[in-house]
Design a protein around this ligand. Structure first.
Ligand code: AVJ
Length: 325
């Protein structure tokens, strides 16, 4: 009942622009320097992210989970039996809420988890299979882009693509637009898109969520450098960088950076890349956009993803939207 396809395996690596490190070379030679946020998620990074989800300051996961608990039965009723495709599935914790709802209605369970972190994908798939005896899992170790291309033709049932946790916020406006077009391309008319987005709120709460008192978010940010070290034979010293995150109010987004504490030179030998840092220079590692429910619905509609139902929590901190193509 388990099939795993590796679109990021060593052999696939050389064939795909997105995993051969050309994005890292590009980002580290820009001003300001950037690294795409998917490099957070090697196996240790995915574990740190799981820890973030438990932090008292990080309200996102908890709030979305509570919303899903309240609306999963209604989602299952609205969509009927379907194949659940999840982009950035991670530990699949929230997916269980959906699987339970479909299970209760007696629907066959098909799940397609997609993640760049093979370790967490394999272990969570095994745990799910043990807990859901009728579940069929077809996992993809892949970036979203490659997976969405791969998905297009075959499907087990009506498809619902889930993109939870406000990962959409990691994409800038242009990337978001392209991404939603890819989602629409991967769906047939009548199929579904389930989206979770973090909403605009007090600056104080947002800053706290990305600067937790235990320093887990800092460790998560700095882990990206270790990931680059092993993947591209680099010599980043993470003690020479520091975590820096703040809410950019005019852009309605959290920005995360790594700041070089001194002038230094770093090499990524597998990429044939030498990078010079000035003291105080930063690497932009993530944007986390905070959405407005009206504007995101218009944007979805612009891609023929029609919002059927929107759920939120009593504080209106987080939104879950079920859309139909
Ligand atoms: C998984 C992308 C939604 O932006 O809140 C958590 C990642 N970064 N703490 C987010 C993250 C810093 C997270 N997303």
């Amino acid at each position: 009942r388990l099939q795993i396809e590796y679109l990021l395996s060593a052999t696939a690596l050389s064939q795909h622009k997105q995993s051969d490190g050309s994005d890292v070379v590009w980002g580290l030679t820009q001003t300001p320097k950037t690294i795409p946020p998917r490099y957070f998620y090697d196996d240790p990074g995915s574990q740190l992210f799981e820890q973030i989800c438990e932090l008292p300051e990080y309200y996102l996961t908890r709030t979305e989970g509570a919303i899903l608990q309240g609306c999963a039965a209604e989602i299952a009723r609205l969509t009927g039996a379907c194949e659940i495709v999840e982009l950035g599935s991670g530990s699949s914790t929230k997916t269980r809420i959906l699987l339970d709802a479909y299970n209760k209605l007696g629907y066959p369970l098909g799940y397609v988890p997609i993640d760049v972190s093979a370790g967490i994908l394999e272990s969570s798939a095994r745990e799910l299979l043990a807990d859901y005896p009728s579940l069929v899992v077809r996992a993809l170790v892949s970036t979203y882009e490659l997976a969405l291309e791969r998905l297009e033709a075959s499907r087990l049932a009506t498809r619902m693509i889930c993109f939870l946790g406000s990962t959409l916020g990691n994409l800038n406006r242009e990337e978001c637009d392209r991404f939603l077009s890819q989602i629409a391309d991967a769906l047939n008319v009548g199929e579904y898109f389930l989206l979770g987005v973090d909403l605009q709120k007090s600056e104080y709460l947002l800053n706290a969520a990305y600067n937790d008192s235990q320093g887990v978010t800092a460790a998560f940010n700095l882990n990206m450098l270790e990931h680059l070290n092993w993947r591209f034979d680099g010599n980043f010293d993470k003690a020479q960088f520091e975590h820096w995150a703040f809410y950019n109010k005019s852009q309605s987004q959290i920005e995360m950076h790594l700041r070089s504490v001194r002038s230094q030179t770093v090499q990524l030998r597998a990429l044939d890349l030498t990078v010079e840092f000035e003291k105080g220079e930063t690497i932009f590692t993530e944007i986390s956009r905070k959405f407005d429910l009206n504007s995101i619905q218009k944007e979805l509609q612009g891609h023929d993803l029609v919002p059927l139902q929107v759920w939120t929590d009593p504080n209106q901190w987080f939104g879950v939207l079920l859309c139909q193509m």
